[in-house]
Design a protein. Sequence first.
Length: 336
Amino acid sequence: MALMAVAIGLSACTVKKTEAPPLAGPSELGLSLRTSIFPDILDQDGISQSAVEIVARGPDGRPMRSIPVRAEIRVNGQIVDFGRLSSRSVVTGDDGIARLTYTSPPAPPEAVDYYTVVTLVFTPIGTDFNGSDPRFVEVRVVPRGVIIPPNGAPRPDFIWNPTVVTTFTPVAFDASSTTDEGVICGAACSYSWDFGDGTSGSGVIVTHEFRRANTFTVRLSVTDRRNQTTVTTKTVTVTDTPRPTANFVFSPTAPRPGQDIFFNAASSTAASGRRIVSYDWDYGSGRTGTGMTVAKRYDTAGTYSVTLTVTDDTFQPTGIGVVTKTVTVGVAAPAP
């Protein structure tokens, strides 16, 4: 009887139904977001467009209205402005659909197909960013016209001669070994030089003189016919040009007063690549002269210091050589 009473008491109890909480925002558990694009291949001309649809459905398959969605453009995983969207933020309508358009970017300078695929990413905006699951569509962008292969960058290179560079010496810089697309570029490329000393030049082969000793960074920029530019640099060490060496001989070596003395400076030498342009004499008697060979007579016996100064074609203080020799003029012989 006791067991029967307990069973009757339990059968009299009621269980209350628990209600599910309302959804707040576009919950990923209750939201189905489907995206589509047409066409999925566009001409890259700045005007061609693709239509994009974003369809939002609830857990029961019915359209979900007023669902905000953020849109962005990505290329190679990076957010970029490659082309344009009619809107960066859309909201689904009563039919659960949001629509926008994607317009292709302007035509490139050259019709080179880099197989660019644009990814349009759509993320529902809700109350939990971590719970937002982006959806995406892809569209292939193709340049119009005759497609040409990608342009390889030129490969600049240069040498100089002489390899040992001194001041005020002409140096030939030669970029003839520069290649483009694996072949010698030659006149098909343009060449711009920066010699690192405040001067510049242009051309495959250029000549330049450095006016001071230092280490300079020479910069060569090469641009091919498709306006692709590459730069290379090399360092050039410049030393001062050696001074010219002054030297002379005279005859007779034991002259008498009033006798002509012939001075010859032909044994003077300039540095490699240079030449002597002037010979200046100081006879030690208050008189001077010029020229490679000169004649002089002394009226008074004595010892005189004769100085020769030679100047090379740099016309610089470093281009001067000096030598001094003594000339002894003896006593005149008695008259017969």
